[in-house]
Design a protein around this ligand. Structure first.
Ligand code: PGA
Length: 253
């Protein structure tokens, strides 16, 4: 089902105490100001339970997401976290294929296809990230790159399975750089992605898919980005670490 979603990717930031303070502030703001979108918080895995407990006390004002999952179901994979473990902690979403994981941890399309399956097996909604490097955009290959990433990781899914996937378009040159895609560049790519989904799964699925924009999205530029017909919200990094900014973004519709 297509929704307006604003998801905060805390990445490898915050100590436990800082995380508690941040989630308290986010929940307080949500309770006083309300929100025009579905808010998802993706803290480091160690804090998932703490965030989920705060949210339960606050009567489900937000959803909890993980930042990564193993492609394996279970077993001897030291240090990894499985989809079954996330599901048993009431995690509802999981980011996969973030460009930092592709770059620093060598994640491939095949692995991401497997991670997607593990998550769907456990009723967790993948937030699948795709996006081109600066040199790929400059060479005019950005559409091709994004198409390949989506095809490799998602197009083995049935229509039913796919209906649980959220896509996040994150041009790599815009992540953490302060250099946002223009509203026009975001809309152009989001419309292209929706077109791919229409060709593969039909108009109904394409229209119902939530497609988020990520990359230096902040309280100042969110409104212009979200005003685009094919931009359904954002995946927010840096600005999700400040409750005021994050909730301002969640209300930029
Ligand atoms: P940023 O990160 O908002 O700090 O650019 C976005 C992301 O990496 O998801």
């Amino acid at each position: 089902m297509r929704k307006n979603i604003v998801a905060g990717n805390w990445k490898m930031n915050t100590t436990f105490q800082e995380a508690e303070e941040l989630i308290e502030n986010i929940i307080e703001k949500l309770e006083t100001e309300g929100t025009k979108s579905d808010v998802v918080v993706c803290p480091p895995a160690l804090y998932l339970e703490m965030v989920s407990d705060y949210d339960n006390e606050a009567k489900n004002t937000l959803s909890v997401g993980a930042q990564n999952v193993s492609e394996h179901e279970k077993g001897a994979f030291t240090g990894e976290i499985s989809a079954a473990m996330l599901a048993s902690m009431d995690v509802q979403y999981c980011i996969i294929g973030h460009s930092e994981r592709r770059k620093y941890f060598g994640e491939t399309g095949k692995q991401l296809a497997e991670k997607t399956e593990r998550l769907l097996d456990h009723a967790i909604r993948p937030i699948f990230c795709c996006g081109e490097l600066l040199e790929e955009r400059e060479a005019g290959n950005h559409f091709q790159v994004v198409e390949k990433q989506i095809e490799e990781a998602l197009f083995h899914l049935s229509e039913d399975e796919f209906s649980n996937v959220v896509i996040a378009y994150e041009p790599v040159w815009a992540i953490g750089t302060g250099k946002t895609a223009t509203a026009g560049q975001a809309q152009e790519m989001h419309a292209f992605i929706r077109g791919l989904l229409k060709n593969k799964y039909g108009a109904g699925v394409a229209e119902n898919t939530t497609i988020l924009y990520g990359g230096s999205c902040n309280a100042q530029n969110a409104r212009e980005l979200f005003a685009n017909p094919d931009v359904d919200g954002g995946l927010i990094g840096g600005a999700s670490l400040k409750a005021d900014d994050f909730i301002a973004i969640a209300n930029s519709f």
